[in-house]
Ligand binder design. Structure first.
Ligand SMILES: C[S@@+](CC[C@H](N)C(=O)[O-])C[C@H]1O[C@@H](n2cnc3c(N)ncnc32)[C@H](O)[C@@H]1O
Length: 356
């Protein structure tokens, strides 16, 4: 089994030069030498690599910088305006870790969790298609694995491409030039919106906002900017995200059909890969059972199911796919999801299938 210190080193090897690479390597040394990182991680020595203990710890430390509990750290965080070289950063970080051992031990219990508003772009493109093809412009939006529910606010973001735009021009969140390919916006109204997550984050609280922000990498300024803007919108337009697993929640939501003429849209992005196989199968069964009772558009932005490894032992990278499956009782029905395009992992840019 790979030691925790080696897990940190392996991860660092894949990172570009910068704060997180330097800290991960310094933390690995400290861990091996029995320093403060060893003390903080003492219950995690046998953690599997996919627990990404290093990211949990770095998020806990970033929270200390973001909350100004340790304001001098800001000089190292580009998202806080810092530009100091990380080369000697450990000298300043090590005493901080010593001052916050209990808090950082608690931070290790929080699994990495993000909510990426950039994914609203592919989801909106799917929604245009669903509304256009169904002819139903009143939408009940249900999101699985919604995190803080930021993508349930898609219609409050200004999203634009060549020759088209959607949403209020005054929106604090502007996602422009984010789609490669022709888009024909279709008007729609969201009559109801709600999500579920195994661990919902409350975007209206300081703690929830801090948590989401702390898992975004410090050098990723575009993502910080998008998240800040979406959180500002969520503060004045809160959405409900229930604490529940996808399939059970969806079954309860689909128990009764919405009013006549309302399209039920079930969407999700970058969550299915975390579901156990039973969850994936149960969610499909719930959707199939409901197709005879109401018009449903199932929109997904998810990685395709991994294929066998290539010659170098690694499965070939394939980007997340944007798919739509539309059905209505006794009417139109896609037998399989239609591939509308692919998207970058954080949603933008979207490359429409019709553009290639
Ligand atoms: C990478 S985040 C993506 C969040 C959001 N969909 C987005 O695109 O920004 C994955 C989310 O899926 C949630 N999740 C994982 N398994 C789940 C399940 N079985 N049911 C519901 N949510 C789940 C996690 O708690 C996490 O919030």
């Amino acid at each position: 089994m790979t030691s925790l210190a080696d897990q940190f080193r392996r991860h660092a090897r894949h990172l570009p030069d910068g704060l997180y690479r330097t800290l991960m390597l310094s933390m690995a040394e400290d861990l091996q030498a029995g320093g403060v990182v060893a003390e903080i991680c003492r219950d995690w020595a046998d953690a599997p690599a996919n627990a990404v203990v290093q990211l949990r710890l770095l998020a806990g430390v970033q929270r200390l910088a973001l909350s100004r509990a340790e304001p001098q750290l800001a000089m190292y965080y580009p998202n806080l305006g810092g530009a100091a070289s990380p080369a000697e950063a450990w000298r300043d970080f090590e005493p901080v870790l010593r001052r916050h051992v209990d808090e950082l031990r608690q931070a290790l219990t929080i699994a990495p969790q993000t909510n990426e508003p950039g994914r609203s772009v592919p989801l909106l493109v799917g929604l245009f298609d669903a509304v256009g093809r169904s002819g139903l412009s009143s939408v009940r939006l249900l999101e699985l694995g919604a995190s803080a529910g930021l993508n349930l606010l898609t219609d409050r973001f200004f999203i634009a491409g060549e020759g088209w735009s959607h949403g209020p021009a005054s929106s604090p969140l502007r996602l422009t030039e984010a789609v490669l390919g022709p888009v024909a916006p279709v008007p729609f109204t969201v009559v109801d919106r709600r999500g579920c997550d195994l661990a919902p984050v409350d975007a209206t609280t300081v703690e929830g906002r801090l948590r989401l922000t702390s898992f975004v990498w410090p050098h990723d300024l575009h993502r910080h900017e998008r998240l800040r803007a979406a959180l500002a919108i969520a503060a004045s337009h809160p959405v409900t995200v229930d604490s529940a697993p996808a399939s059970a929640w969806l079954a309860s939501m689909l128990q009764s059909p919405p009013a006549d003429g309302v399209l039920t849209v079930v969407w999700h992005s970058i969550t299915r890969q975390y579901w156990p196989p039973e969850e994936v199968a149960a969610t499909s069964r719930v959707l199939d059972a409901a197709r005879d009772r109401m018009p449903i558009a199932h929109i997904a932005m998810e990685f395709p199911v991994a294929e066998a490894a290539g010659p170098d032992g690694e499965p070939e990278y394939r980007p997340p796919e944007l798919t739509l499956r539309l059905s209505a009782p006794g009417g139109l029905a896609d037998r399989a999801p239609v591939l509308l395009g692919t998207a970058a992992e954080h949603g933008v840019p979207v490359r429409l299938a019709s553009s290639s």
